[in-house]
Each structure stands twice: as C-alpha cells, then as structure tokens.
Design a protein around this ligand. Structure first.
Ligand code: SAM
Length: 175
C-alpha cells in the first residue's frame, strides 16, 4: 500500500514540534511522503538529516493549497482517510482500509474545516476521546500495515542498530 500524509492547520512556532513529530512518525511507520504548509522550513532539514543517517527517501513536500492537493489525489483514485475523534471506530474500519492501494492520511492541528469531513472517503476515529495527531497517526499506520512497517530495512542507511537486550549497539557503514 502506498501511504502519504497531509498535515493541515499547523500554527507557526506553536505547532512546530508536534508537526516535526508527525513527520517522524509518518517516516518511521512506513509512509513515503508528507505534505504540509511551509510554516517552518527547518522541519525539512531535520527529516533530510534523519534520512541520511537512517536511510529511506521519505519526502516532505511544502504546499500552498491543501484543497488543491485533496482534489488532485481524489481525481487520481487515492483514498482520503481523515483522522478525527468524530469518525468511525478504527476497529470497525481497518480491514476495509487495508484493501486500498493508495491512501492519503489527513491529520489536523486546530479545528479542521467541515469540507475535509465531506471530502474524506473515511473519517476514522482512534477512540472517541480527544488526544493527539501524533498518536492517532501512529496507531492507524500500525493497524493498516499489521506491524510490517517495522521490518523495513533501508540499504542506504549510514547507521544501523543491532537490537540488544541492554545498551546500544550501532554499526556505522564505514566501520
Ligand atoms: N479540536 C480539533 C477539531 O475539532 O478538529 C482537533 C484538535 S486535535 C489536537 C488535532 C488532530 O489530532 C485532529 O485533527 C485529529 O487528526 C487528531 N486526533 C485527535 N484525537 C483523535 C482521535 N480520537 N481519533 C482520531 N484522530 C484524532
């Protein structure tokens, strides 16, 4: 399944750290790309550095108009999954979503406009309690990939972790 993420509504400075973490979760949990407004170009530098050290060609694309992006993705048969506490329970909908080929997962920050709910093919709730776009994204990415995202290996990684019971073992490519 090709998975991309769209982050909307982030506020300058206030949401920078959360937006960086949304991007890190998207990359670390198997999405190939995140779209967001260019509120803080440093987020791209951070993710580029992570890619260089730990591999993958995860991409960040800055966009001006998320409405245009939603429209063009829908036109290209990409299914839109909007994460919202008001949506359908993930437990009920995950098996249906797993059968999709290409999805764009939308996460908000401040109040999400009504049209996102209307444009979405799936409005998905990770429980009906308010929590966070970071946790919601992580859970949904895990549920729709059955944990397989954690078996991905990157040949271009400069650093590789050797999982150990205690301590830290990291192999650098030129060692
Ligand atoms: N109050 C805002 C609203 O009504 O749209 C949402 C604020 S919440 C901090 C930011 C984002 O976290 C939401 O847009 C949604 O993507 C995600 N989120 C929070 N709780 C969620 C839940 N229970 N299920 C799914 N997504 C959730």
């Amino acid at each position: 399944m090709k998975i991309e993420v769209l982050r909307i509504g982030q506020r300058l400075v206030r949401d920078d750290r959360v937006t960086t973490h949304v991007a890190l979760v998207a990359r670390g949990f198997g999405a190939s790309k995140i779209f967001m407004n260019e509120v803080n170009p440093e987020i791209k530098d951070t993710l580029d550095k992570v890619n260089k050290s730990w591999g993958s060609d995860f991409q960040i694309e800055f966009i001006d108009d998320w409405r245009k992006l939603l429209k063009s993705k829908k036109k290209n048969s990409v299914k839109i999954i909007h994460l919202t506490m008001y949506g359908e329970n993930i437990n009920q909908i995950q098996d249906k979503i797993k059968k999709e080929d290409r999805v764009l997962i939308v996460v908000g920050a401040e109040k999400v406009p009504r049209e996102v709910y209307e444009q979405a093919d799936y409005n998905v709730a990770v429980g009906n309690q308010p929590h966070s776009e970071i946790s919601a994204l992580a859970i949904v990415l895990d549920r729709i990939q059955d944990g397989k995202q954690f078996d991905i290996k990157y040949d271009d990684a400069r650093l590789k972790i050797v999982p150990t019971e205690k301590g830290k073992t990291v192999i650098a490519k030129n060692d």
